[in-house]
Design a protein around this ligand. Structure first.
Ligand SMILES: CC(C)(COP(=O)(O)OP(=O)(O)OC[C@H]1O[C@@H](n2cnc3c(N)ncnc32)[C@H](O)[C@@H]1OP(=O)(O)O)[C@@H](O)C(=O)NCCC(=O)NCCS
Length: 157
């Protein structure tokens, strides 16, 4: 999706100039944040893997999501919404974009991992129709929290 100055909101592929704000949001959102080098790798990938949301093209970063296309499936790698904008429906909007991209890329399933303690994320995924497949013991380092592996079958429109 292109972002033109006439858009009232903007969800588009991330570019190098987005990195400082992505890194800020990453550090505010995760106990084991990704490094600049990891995000730089994502910027270079095709098909694109990293997307950002701004409510206006020049506005502050509202959120980002990162997903990989692997063997006809999408894997959600990360999603974060700016703390001041959480609870306003932006997470859902980013997940709807993920679904739209899954259809566009002809992926039949979307997979993700989530901490059982992350109630906002769990609620978001469940409301989107994701179901828990199984639990991966001691997945998250260093505290050793389990991960729930969730999946959604993408309905064709
Ligand atoms: C998870 C996250 C992306 C959700 O984004 P968001 O913009 O707050 O989500 P939304 O406003 O679209 O809300 C989606 C659902 O989650 C629920 N929700 C939002 N915040 C919540 C909270 N603090 N506690 C419980 N549920 C919550 C909403 O009620 C909504 O459910 P509903 O449709 O039944 O009302 C956001 O909390 C975040 O960035 N967290 C930090 C990073 C993170 O944990 N990412 C996920 C890694 S697996």
């Amino acid at each position: 999706m292109n972002c033109s100055s006439s858009d009232s909101a903007c969800l588009r592929r991330a570019q190098r100039s987005d990195l400082p704000e992505i890194l800020d949001l990453e550090r505010q959102s995760f106990s084991q944040p990704w490094t600049r080098a990891l995000f730089q790798e994502e910027l270079a990938k095709l098909p694109p893997t990293l997307y950002v949301y701004r409510s206006t093209p020049a506005g502050p970063l509202g959120g980002y999501l990162c997903f990989w296309t692997v063997a006809g499936e999408l894997q959600l790698i990360n999603i974060a919404v700016h703390p001041e904008q959480r609870g306003t429906g932006l997470g859902r909007r980013l997940m709807e974009f993920l679904l739209q991209e899954a259809r566009r890329r002809q992926a039949e399933k979307i997979f993700l991992e989530v901490r059982p303690s992350n109630l906002p994320a769990l609620r978001l995924y469940t409301r989107m129709g994701f179901q828990v497949l199984y639990r991966r013991p001691r997945y998250y380092e260093p505290e050793g929290e389990d991960a729930l592996v969730m999946a959604l079958t993408v309905a064709t429109e």
